[in-house]
Design a protein around this ligand. Structure first.
Ligand code: SF4
Length: 263
């Protein structure tokens, strides 16, 4: 199968830097028609992406991973967004309940290695189980979140899922994000207004104080070395030689070119 590497995407990424998020969503829908989904934990930026997909009337389902230990507010946000924006939200589940996992493996999330395993079992594996239905997954990472996300490309090759990741909001700064939310009265997880700037499972998310970094409430019990769950590969790895395998015709569409096989 032909390969599409991160370095192959460099030129396209450069050209897309000035594109609006809605244009990138439309491009993804047109390019990967029927084999594209958004993935969202229904945080603020994810809610904005959902709103845009609904407004544009795009045929893009939204994948939501229910780890079994999400806050009830997060599940209610998922339901409200799906209904209000007319979205096909598909909830993915781990193979075991948290109780079954704990009985078998113990309380994983209290150590750094255990946390990685728990996130793999409860977040990454459910997504991997459906990944072969898609060639493209749309995320909602933003460079203004800082850390590794400061360098997040718009298009990224994700070899683990064998998809192209598209992050249409990478250039949406905090001001633009809140401006869009206010202008369109975007439905938000109520926890965001209760001191939780980012939200994941109830086991590993706490509110943050005003003078703390926004991700200080994630895995607070593990200390500062753990910052990401790994569901977004660009959080962990910026290797330009990562590659995915896709049909040549689709690679050409992604790169906006035609391959001439005639010699
Ligand atoms: S955030 Fe915590 S509880 Fe949720 S999957 Fe990761 S380690 Fe497990």
């Amino acid at each position: 199968m032909p390969r599409l590497s991160q370095s192959d995407l460099a030129e396209r990424n450069k050209a897309f830097e000035s594109s609006e998020p809605q244009d990138l969503l439309q491009w993804a829908a047109d390019t990967f028609s029927g084999r594209v989904a958004a993935i969202s934990a229904l945080q603020a930026a994810g809610s904005v992406v959902c709103h845009m997909i609904g407004q544009l009337g795009l045929d893009i389902p939204v994948l939501f991973v229910d780890t079994g230990v999400n806050f009830p507010e997060t599940l209610a946000t998922r339901d409200a967004i799906g209904e209000s924006y007319g979205l096909d939200i598909r909830t993915l589940h781990p193979s075991q309940t948290m109780d079954e996992q704990t009985t078998q493996l113990g309380v994983l999330y209290v150590t750094p290695d255990g946390q990685k395993e728990c996130c793999r079992l409860r977040k990454i594996e459910p997504l991997r189980a459906v990944a072969d239905q898609f060639d493209c997954l749309i995320g909602s990472l933003r460079r203004s979140e800082g850390g590794q996300r400061s360098y997040c490309p718009i298009l990224a090759a994700d070899p683990e899922m064998n998809v192209v990741r598209v992050n249409p909001l990478v250039n949406f700064g905090d001001e633009r994000l809140s401006g869009y939310i206010d202008e369109h009265s975007v439905i938000l997880n109520p926890l965001l207004a209760q001191g939780y700037p980012t939200i994941s499972c109830n086991r590993c998310t706490t509110p943050v104080l005003e003078n703390e970094p926004r991700r200080a409430g994630r895995w607070r019990h593990l200390g500062p070395w753990q910052a990401y769950c790994g569901i977004n590969p660009t959080d962990l790895d910026s290797d330009t030689e990562t590659a995915v395998e896709l049909p040549q015709q689709l690679i050409d569409k992604v790169l906006g070119r035609e391959t001439d096989f005639v010699i």
